[in-house]
Ligand binder design. Structure first.
Ligand SMILES: Cc1cc2nc3c(=O)[nH]c(=O)nc-3n(C[C@H](O)[C@H](O)[C@H](O)COP(=O)(O)OP(=O)(O)OC[C@H]3O[C@@H](n4cnc5c(N)ncnc54)[C@H](O)[C@@H]3O)c2cc1C
Length: 407
C-alpha cells in the first residue's frame, strides 16, 4: 500500500475543505486534500456566495478573478403574496464592501480557489480518492486515513491532523462514532430549471418567493439563460405529488409564478426535478484526538437563507486561525481542535434557531391550505422600522459571529 505523509489531511473538497486547504497552504502548512469525485462539479448544490465569503475572497486578493466569472448579483429577497410584494431581506443596506449575494456555479467558485492553492508547493490535491478508513494508534489517536481509487488500489495518508469536511453524509463522522442530533424541518424542496427569455423581468422574478393557496416557491437567477426554481413542499409529500403526475406540478407552478407559466411545459417528467430532503442536524462533539469535523459533516443547515456554504466557510476560517501555528509547530492538541468547535458552535446554534423560526413562522404558514398567509408580526415590524431593516440582511449576509481570517 502506497503511503505518504503530510501535516494536515483534509477529506472533502467542498467549500469547507477547499477554503481550509487554501488558508493553511498560504501559511506554509503541508496540506493534502482528498476528494472522492473526479472533479468539483455539483448540480443543484449551493451556488450562493454571501458577503462574508466575498470579503474573505477580497482579503485573499482573488475578488477580481471571482467576480470576472459568470455570476448574478442578488441584492434582496422579496416575497409576493395575495396582499402584494414585500422585501424580506435587503442586502444592499448592510455594512459591507460587497452588499450582495453572488450567484455562481459552486464548481467554478471552488476551482478558482483550488487553482490558487496549487500555486503553493506544500499543497497536494488528490481526486478520485474515496476515504474509507481512519488510521488510528492503539490509544485511539487518529493518525491518518486510507482511501481507495477507482483502479481498486488502497493508499494511506499519515498526518498530524485529519479534518473531516466530507459533507452531510460524512463517512468520517460515522467512523468516529458520532451520531448527529436531528431536527425535523417542515419541508422538502424540489429544484428545477426553466429557460429565461429576454423579456423576463429580473425585477419581478429574481430572488422572489411566491406564495399562494398553500404553495411556495423561490425563483433564483443563474448565470446563463435559466431560472432556478426551489419549489417548497411539505416534508415527506413528494411521493404523493409524484403520484398526481407532472401535470399537477406544472399547473401549480403556473398559477404560483404566472410570469413563468409559459415555461412550465419544460418539466417533461419528474426526472427534470431534483428532490432535496431538507435536514437540520448537528453533532455534540466535533473532535477526537487527531480528528476534527467541520462544515456539513458537523452541522447540516436548513436551506433557509442559503447559508450552508457560508457556515462551512466560516468553520474553515476559524480552523485556519486556530490550527495554523500548532500545525507549523507539529504539535496540535485536542484542546486546539476543541477550540474550533467552541468558536463556531454558538453561531451554528443561533443560525439553526433563526432558521427554525423562519421555517415555523413563514414556510409552514405559507404551506397551509386552510388559512390565508400573512407575514408574522416581527417581520412586519422590521419592515416598518427603517433602523431595524438592516438586521435580516446582516444576519444572512454576515452570519452570526462572523470570523475574520487572521491572514
Ligand atoms: C440540493 C442542495 C442545494 C443547496 N443549496 C444551497 C444554497 O443555495 N446555498 C448554500 O449556502 N448552501 C446550499 N446547500 C448546502 C451546501 O451545499 C452545503 O452546506 C455546503 O456545500 C457544505 O460544504 P461542505 O464543504 O461542508 O460539504 P460539501 O459541500 O458537501 O462537500 C463535501 C465533499 O466531500 C466529498 N466527500 C464525501 N465523502 C468523501 C469521502 N469518503 N472521501 C473523500 N471525499 C468525500 C464530497 O464529494 C464533497 O465534495 C445546498 C445543498 C443541497 C444538497
Amino acid at each position: 500500500m502506497a503511503t505518504c505523509e503530510t501535516s494536515c489531511c483534509i477529506v472533502g473538497a467542498g467549500p469547507a475543505g477547499v477554503i481550509l486547504a487554501l488558508l493553511l497552504a498560504r501559511k506554509g502548512v503541508a496540506v493534502t486534500l482528498l476528494e472522492a469525485h473526479a472533479d468539483l462539479d455539483r448540480d443543484f448544490r449551493g451556488d450562493t456566495v454571501h458577503p462574508s465569503t466575498l470579503e474573505l475572497i477580497d482579503q485573499l486578493g482573488l475578488i477580481d478573478k471571482l467576480l470576472a466569472l459568470p455570476h448574478r448579483r442578488m441584492d434582496r429577497l422579496v416575497i409576493t403574496t395575495d396582499h402584494g410584494r414585500e422585501t424580506l431581506i435587503d442586502f444592499s443596506r448592510i455594512h459591507s464592501k460587497y452588499p450582495f449575494v453572488a450567484l455562481m456555479p459552486q464548481a467554478e467558485f471552488l476551482q478558482l480557489l483550488v487553482d490558487d492553492a496549487r500555486l503553493n508547493p506544500n499543497f497536494c490535491f488528490v481526486t478520485n480518492a474515496n476515504v474509507q478508513q481512519l488510521v488510528r494508534e492503539d490509544s485511539g489517536v487518529v493518525q491518518g486515513v486510507q482511501y481507495s481509487t477507482p483502479d481498486g488500489n488502497t493508499h494511506e495518508v499519515r498526518a498530524n491532523v485529519v479534518i473531516g469536511a466530507d459533507g452531510r453524509f460524512s463517512r468520517l463522522r460515522k467512523l468516529a462514532g458520532f451520531e448527529p442530533q436531528k431536527f425535523a424541518p417542515p419541508m422538502d424542496i424540489l429544484w428545477f430549471r426553466v429557460p429565461r427569455q429576454a423579456t423576463d423581468s429580473a425585477e419581478d422574478l429574481s430572488g422572489t418567493f411566491f406564495t399562494r393557496g398553500g404553495h411556495l416557491a423561490v425563483v433564483l437567477e443563474r448565470p446563463g439563460q435559466e431560472w432556478q426554481i426551489g419549489y417548497v413542499i411539505l416534508k415527506g409529500s413528494y411521493h404523493e405529488l409524484k403520484a398526481q403526475g407532472i401535470e399537477q406540478l406544472r399547473a401549480d407552478f403556473s398559477s404560483l409564478v404566472p410570469g413563468l407559466a409559459d415555461r412550465a411545459n419544460c418539466l417533461h417528467d419528474f426526472r427534470d426535478v431534483t428532490v432535496l430532503s431538507v435536514e437540520v442536524a448537528r453533532i455534540d462533539c466535533w473532535h477526537l484526538p487527531g480528528l476534527l469535523l467541520i462544515g456539513d459533516a458537523a452541522h447540516v443547515m436548513s436551506p433557509v437563507g442559503g447559508i450552508g456554504i457560508q457556515y462551512a466557510v466560516q468553520d474553515a476560517i476559524a480552523a485556519a486561525n486556530i490550527l495554523t501555528a500548532p500545525l507549523l509547530n507539529g504539535q496540535v492538541t485536542e484542546h486546539d481542535l476543541a477550540a474550533v468547535q467552541k468558536k463556531r458552535e454558538p453561531a451554528i446554534r443561533a443560525a439553526q434557531r433563526f432558521q427554525t423560526f423562519v421555517q415555523s413562522q413563514i414556510v409552514a404558514q405559507a404551506l397551509r391550505t386552510d388559512q390565508p398567509f400573512h407575514l408574522p408580526l416581527p417581520v412586519r415590524l422590521i419592515q416598518k422600522l427603517p433602523l431595524l431593516r438592516r438586521i435580516p440582511g446582516s444576519i444572512i449576509g454576515h452570519g452570526f459571529h462572523q470570523v475574520h481570517w487572521q491572514g
